[in-house]
Design a protein around this ligand. Sequence first.
Ligand code: IMP
Ligand code: MG
Length: 188
Amino acid sequence: MPDSPQPTSMDLLHSPKDIAKMVFSLGARIDSDYAHLVSENNRLMLLGVLNGAFIFMADLARAISLPLEVDFIRLSSYEDQTASNNHVVMLKAPERSLSDRHILIVEDIADCGLTLAWLRGFLAQKRPASLKIAVAVDKTERREVPVPLDYTGFEIDEGFLVGYGLDYAQSYRNLPGIYRLRFAEPPS
Ligand code: IMP
Ligand code: MG
């Protein structure tokens, strides 16, 4: 975007090797937690949040050996400053039926928590058999709404991160590591 401030540099936080280890260990935990719940007739449903989760979703799906299906939802959140309110808008709905399913939300990052809190509420109305959340990164400092994160890859206090699906103005999603951007002046 032309009016986005340009980052001055970026620091590597997690290498592709760290990420692979993290994903492998989450996959093993998920396999063990869901082993008694899912089967070929009742597959785990991974619900990826587009766009950011696309890479984590692809890796996590392959780190899980239990039978699973994938579906995607696309959300956009807008800060409404006048009403000091945040709105989440669904740009693409899930396509599979979600009732009675074991749903695992797969998201790139939890920041304020609004997106995941909204999504949890939305999915709870579909009466799933169970509903859990996996995030690649839990960014804690700006959390406004508490969200139960069942599977967290990495935890970090603050900063703007890119890579491994995370973007800044739609750039950098394809970086295989996770980086923190530095700015002369922090972006708002
Ligand atoms: P929340 O509602 O503030 O938790 O918003 C989470 C969404 O904001 C994520 O799904 C990301 O798309 C985006 N986001 C939050 N922090 C970052 C970041 O550090 N880098 C890239 N995107 C981010
Ligand atoms: Mg996202």
